[in-house]
Design a protein around this ligand. Structure first.
Ligand SMILES: [Zn+2]
Length: 211
């Protein structure tokens, strides 16, 4: 990482929202987005509505990619407790907003995450924050799914982890095939969830309220 964005603070549970922006990064992005506007045929970057657009987009882009400055392992460890509970813990309907790395257009939907503790549990809100930390980067849905699973598996060392993500991709809806309502589902499982029965139980539980 080449810049020291002053949004990271150790005391803050490894998770901080961007509310300040790195000045150098902002300036460079402003100049880049200015060029982009100039290069859109038929557009006039000087017109009133666009004058401040490069700056707004420069800040929005830093917000949407703040996950690179977050530490998902630190987030989980900040609320990790010894506990004997060994049943499935499910956090479902976690909203995700991410950006596809191929077109830099949003994809968004829901993530459902489960794990079976093996001596340690974590705060439920931390699971959602881990999802956010990986989602707020340039992503593909498949990798996002696997990164969440591996982070939880490697940090909590549970008996198993399951992650299912259902998302709509604007790059599909707005361009190309224009399948406006198609959703993409990805899943990844480890440990106990590799057993069909456990996986079925999880799928049934996340579907019970969904449909
Ligand atoms: Zn795409």
């Amino acid at each position: 990482m080449d810049c020291s964005i002053d949004m990271i603070s150790e005391e803050n549970e490894g998770y901080v929202k961007v509310d300040r922006y790195n000045d150098d990064t902002t300036q460079q992005l402003i100049s880049s987005y200015n060029d982009i506007l100039k290069n859109i045929p038929g557009e006039d970057p000087e017109r009133e509505g666009l004058v401040k657009t490069p700056e707004r987009v420069a800040k929005a882009m830093q917000f949407l990619t703040q996950g690179y400055q977050q530490d998902p392992v630190g987030i989980l460890k900040s609320a990790m407790f010894k506990e004997d509970y060994r049943q499935m813990v499910i956090v479902k309907d976690i909203e995700i907003f991410s950006m596809c790395e191929h077109h830099m257009l949003p994809f968004f939907g829901k993530a459902h995450v489960a794990y079976i503790p093996n001596g340690h549990i974590t705060g439920l809100s931390k699971i959602a924050r881990v999802v956010d930390a990986y989602a707020r980067r340039l992503q593909v849905q498949e990798r996002l799914t696997t990164q969440i699973k591996e982070c939880i598996q490697d940090t909590l060392n549970p008996l198993g982890v399951a992650v299912v993500i259902e998302a709509q991709h604007m790059c599909m809806a707005m361009r190309g095939v224009q399948k406006q309502h198609s959703a993409t589902t990805t899943s990844d499982f480890s440990g106990a969830f590799e057993k069909q029965a456990t996986r079925d139980e999880f799928i049934q539980l996340i579907q019970s309220r969904l449909r």
